[in-house]
Design a binder for this molecule. Sequence first.
Ligand code: NAD
Ligand code: TYD
Length: 351
Amino acid sequence: MILVTGGAGFIGANFVLDWLTQSDESVINLDKLTYAGNLQNLASLEGDSRHIFVHGDINDQQKIATLLREYQPRAIIHLAAESHVDRSIHGPEEFIQTNIVGTFRLLDTVYRYWKEQEGKTQQAFRFLHVSTDEVYGSLSKDAPAFTEVHRYQPNSPYSASKASSDQLVRAYHHTYGLPTLITNCSNNYGAFQFPEKLIPLMIVNALAGKSLPIYGDGQQIRDWLYVKDHCSAIRRVLEAGTPGETYNIGGWNEKPNIEIVHTICNLLNELRSADYHKLIKYVADRPGHDRRYAIDARKIERDLGWRPVETFETGIRKTVKWYLDHQDWVASVQSGEYRKWIETHYQEHVG
Ligand code: NAD
Ligand code: TYD
């Protein structure tokens, strides 16, 4: 089996659901259930014995050691993190505690477990660390996209904490030989994304008739990847990636924020016959706002044969439709009702 951290979050939940449709290999899902963790995302797995949910913190080394001993996973997919740049600007502490200290504690506990494994089991083991393109910093308009050897130059407390965690993972490979893999991915979008990030926030606000806040001039550029494509890339790297290597993952979809928001308004206009563009409102810029991210994803294509399936046009249409079809999910997230899910639907596993 495999152990996933942060599997109740946006990418984690998509990954767990995706994994279990492709394979019968069980998943232990270790998640602290912060505001971003939502077990309702995994409601379709209720009663499925292949999914073992464990409520816990990656900082809890004793709990992790017990889990590793009990379940003997062949791989760790490490997604747990504080993930929102704006939150990191208002309160960086939690980002340091989870993304840096938590990753260190997880790594160290996993390393001790791995060291005790024998021959083939030890060789086949993988620690896959899921990271972001934001560690590379900001690009000027015409600069070439980030490759895996681009200098790290993180600008926000979030990206600095992710950069530190990447370096720790790298060091555990270099110093102790732990078979690690690092992926640096661009902005994801799709089902189950918490409505604090650009795309779900715009959809949810528009449907509620609230304004659509554009930071600064709206010309900041991000590369966008449909979350299911990210999940397939992670599976591919786990399957065929070379230990010690980093793989950049991207969607070949660089777009300015304002264009994203216009696309969402156009889709909502079409699906809901109302004018949403009038809700767009330019607001103060984010402090230290990175101007452009772009991913050169040729290495993963060349070495592992992975390419995204969705274009931005197909992915954003699916995403807008998903939010329209899941307004109960949105309402539960907005009211805080989702936080009660664990009490009513899951038996907590005590590791
Ligand atoms: P998210 O914020 O939606 O989910 C994070 C999950 O981690 C939540 O379920 C939360 O409860 C859990 N968690 C937080 N702290 C924890 C702790 N101390 N112990 C155990 N669990 C904890 O994040 P996401 O958008 O799904 O991102 C997942 C990973 O992918 C992160 O590492 C992030 O840096 C990376 N990433 C995200 C994006 C993106 O666009 N969302 C892009 C590239 C990389
Ligand atoms: P976000 O989804 O927070 O992801 P990240 O900061 O990790 O790239 O933001 C994506 C872009 O959208 C970023 O340039 C900030 C911008 N943005 C807005 O203009 N308005 C908003 O309300 C939000 C949340 C983001």
